[in-house]
Design a protein around this ligand. Structure first.
Ligand code: ADP
Ligand code: MG
Ligand code: MG
Length: 251
């Protein structure tokens, strides 16, 4: 079964060690919630797996079905089936959303996707996310509201059909209705493609909609606690202080 396996991952940013030995295994169809106080390394973990050059892996391994992800160039990681929905998606003036997506899709295929099929899939994703139809023709993220940028990350995921998706605070900036729409679209995409997910979120309401199979708390560069969905409820009600007390690890 497809498996993303992270072992003893240490990552430094500008010579400061941020991740201090992360272990995590995600299989197809699983939904892992990754929580933890701000500034403890959640985004760093996802960026390092995706190959952002600012994040230097100093020790440990990441494998996708036994293949060494860390040895792959960034574009190959995406072709291998990894996807990152970013906490702060960047604006790319001059490149339309649909051109960007079609190029990304074709980079993973032997023969280009037909324009007809592409438009059909893009229209479907846009309507499932209840976005404005002109979205396809606008420049990537330029002038998008915070919520539109986040929805657009999910449009990309739906078209790229990754095997493993890492969604970084994809729910921040979404109103209550949008939370539900985005969570439903993610769930639908998983049903169709069987993708495995790591979802970073602070919001129990969003995670409620997504029904995570596991939850992990990352503090000071390590996963200090893992459990089932009840862990999310506990964090929602009590915050992170008790975890510091119980584990002795300070955020
Ligand atoms: P989280 O996602 O858990 O809030 P981050 O992974 O974003 O935490 O950040 C962890 C630590 O690494 C923080 O101290 C942050 O300032 C630092 N850091 C992360 N990315 C960068 C970067 N690109 N440049 C400098 N410092 C960074
Ligand atoms: Mg943060
Ligand atoms: Mg973050």
């Amino acid at each position: 079964m497809p498996e993303l396996k992270i072992r003893d991952l240490h990552v430094s940013v500008e010579d400061q060690e941020i991740l201090k030995g992360v272990d995590l295994t995600v299989r197809s169809g699983e939904r892992h919630a990754l929580m933890g106080p701000n500034g403890n390394g959640k985004s760093t973990l996802l960026a390092a797996i995706m190959g952002n050059p600012k994040y230097k892996v100093t020790r440990g391994t990441v494998t996708l079905d036994g293949q060494d992800v860390l040895a792959m160039p960034v574009d190959e990681r995406s072709r291998a089936g990894l996807f990152l929905g970013m906490q702060y998606p960047s604006e790319v003036p001059g490149v339309t959303n649909s051109d960007f997506l079609r190029t990304a899709i074709n980079a993973r295929r032997e023969t280009p996707i037909s324009l007809f099929k592409f438009i059909k899939e893009m229209d479907r994703a846009i309507s499932e996310l209840e976005m404005k139809p002109d979205l396809a023709h606008r420049f990537l993220n330029e002038g998008f509201s915070g919520g539109e940028k986040k929805r657009n990350e999910i449009v990309q995921m739906m078209l790229l059909k990754p095997r493993f998706a890492m969604l970084d605070e994809i729910d921040s900036g979404l109103d209550v209705d949008a939370l539900r729409i985005v969570a439903d679209a993610i769930g639908e995409c998983q049903k169709e493609t069987g993708l495995g997910m790591i979802v970073v979120s602070h919001y129990a309401r969003f995670l409620d909609y997504l029904h995570p199979t596991r939850a992990h708390i990352l503090v000071d560069g390590r996963i200090v606690m893992s459990g089932g969905p009840e862990l999310i409820e506990k964090v929602d009600g009590e915050g992170y202080d008790w975890i510091e007390k119980e584990t002795g690890v300070k955020a």
